[in-house]
Design a protein around this ligand. Structure first.
Ligand SMILES: *Cc1c(COP(=O)(O)O)cnc(C)c1O
Length: 395
């Protein structure tokens, strides 16, 4: 049988069985649902997009996968070339892997080894409270979400700070000579509760990282490709290492990227074999994933997705304006993300089925009721999603 994610198998609700998916819609045997979760925030172009499906089909006719160990191929070459111009600054060195968690592991490994290659020892990572960076062990260690990882409370080699400039300055003041990197989900902390913070924090972080020679890592696995209303937050403040996943392939196949800048790459580029990056996921640079990622990026650019996202923000702000309820703690909107944070988790019990009956798929967690819709959503469909969220409080 299937062991489902984040569930107590004994008490979990029976999952909805999806029989088809197209555009923003998921189909079950008896219902047509607008997917307000975009399959964990990845399906930005919607399901069964003809261009993306064709990219996979035509590559599969050629070959689906060859390893990158000693081999290379056109889809991975074309994607890395595209990323060089598409990504900001000198984030030109693309290390591919099969999931966001692994890409975070690679980023943290790069940061640690960057200093050991120089013969210095800096084994501490600075991270944010409520951070989520994935479910593998090092990613859990730098993460800070007791609700996901309560069984692994002990933390070593990591310091967590809130998104306040004073805390940031204090941490650098105290620990700078031990820090190899500062890793953040920039502007929007997703799985930690759709927490939003100001760009001034990241600007100050960039200054302090420069001052103390600490690497700045942006985990944009969730925020990348427009979710915050910026193409990448890295367009505003450029990190040394950028991690992308989720929407990288338009949600078609699991694949992720750790992009390093010139400075980081130079820290490994050497005659000494021991200074090489010793990492190599079996399916890194998978040809199907690279083909579909390239097409996904082309769609994003050529069909002006940033304008689509601006429209989503505008409609969301308009529809949520003035909406309130004593059970609601805060309503937060940024780019293509809206979150209603309630005071008590039990307020949301039953919402998923309520939404299902109204033709919306939603998956609230803890005290967070949110929508991160596919960018191709129409105004009417988006209003349906938001109305469903509001209707729950007006029953
Ligand atoms: C989802 C997520 C990850 C983990 O990605 P997986 O592909 O699930 O391993 C890492 N960081 C952030 C910010 C995420 O949202």
């Amino acid at each position: 049988m299937i062991w489902y994610p984040y569930e107590q198998m004994k008490t979990m609700r029976k999952p909805y069985k999806i029989t088809d998916a197209e555009g923003v819609f998921l189909y079950t045997e008896d219902q047509k649902l607008i997917d307000s979760v975009s399959s964990w925030w990845s399906v930005i172009h919607g399901y069964k997009h003809p261009v993306l499906t064709e990219a996979i089909k035509s590559q599969a006719d050629n070959f689906s996968h060859v390893m990158l160990g000693g081999l290379t191929h056109e889809p991975v070459l074309a994607l890395s070339k595209k990323l060089e111009s598409f990504l900001p600054g000198d984030l030109n060195y693309c290390f591919f892997s099969d999931s966001g968690s692994v890409a975070v592991e690679v980023a943290l490994k790069m940061a640690l080894q960057f200093y050991t290659n120089r013969g210095s020892r800096r084994d501490t990572v600075l991270a944010l409270t409520h951070a989520y960076h994935g479910d593998t062990f090092k990613a859990m260690e730098v993460g800070d979400d007791e609700d996901y990882h309560f069984a692994f409370a002990e933390k070593k080699g990591v310091i967590h700070i809130p998104t306040e400039i004073s805390a940031l300055e204090e941490a650098f003041d105290k620990y700078h000579d031990r820090l190899n990197c500062f890793i953040v989900e920039p502007l929007l902390q997703g799985a930690g509760g759709m927490r939003m913070y100001d760009i001034s924090f990241l600007k100050r972080a960039r200054e302090l990282c420069d001052k103390y020679d600490v690497l700045l890592i942006f985990d944009e696995v969730a925020t990348g490709f427009g979710r915050t209303g910026n193409r990448f937050v890295a367009d505003l403040v450029c990190p040394d290492i950028l991690v992308l996943g989720k929407a990288l392939t338009g949600g078609y196949i699991g694949h992720a990227l750790t992009a390093a800048n010139e400075k980081v790459f130079r820290g490994f580029y050497d005659d000494d074999d021991r200074h090489a990056l010793m990492h190599g996921p079996t399916f890194m640079g998978n040809a199907l994933a690279c083909s579909v990622a390239l097409k996904s990026i082309e769609l994003f650019e050529n069909e002006d997705y940033m304008e689509k996202i601006r429209r989503i923000t505008e409609i969301t702000e308009r529809e949520m304006a003035g909406f309130c309820d004593p059970r609601i703690k805060e309503i937060r909107i940024m780019g293509g993300c809206v979150c209603i944070e309630v005071r008590e988790a039990k307020t949301l019990t039953g919402f998923q089925q309520f939404a299902y009956e109204r033709g919306v798929f939603s998956r609230p967690f803890l005290t967070y009721l949110y929508a991160m819709v596919p960018y191709i959503i129409t105004e009417e469909q988006l209003v349906t999603v938001l109305d469903t969220m509001k209707a729950w409080f007006r029953r």
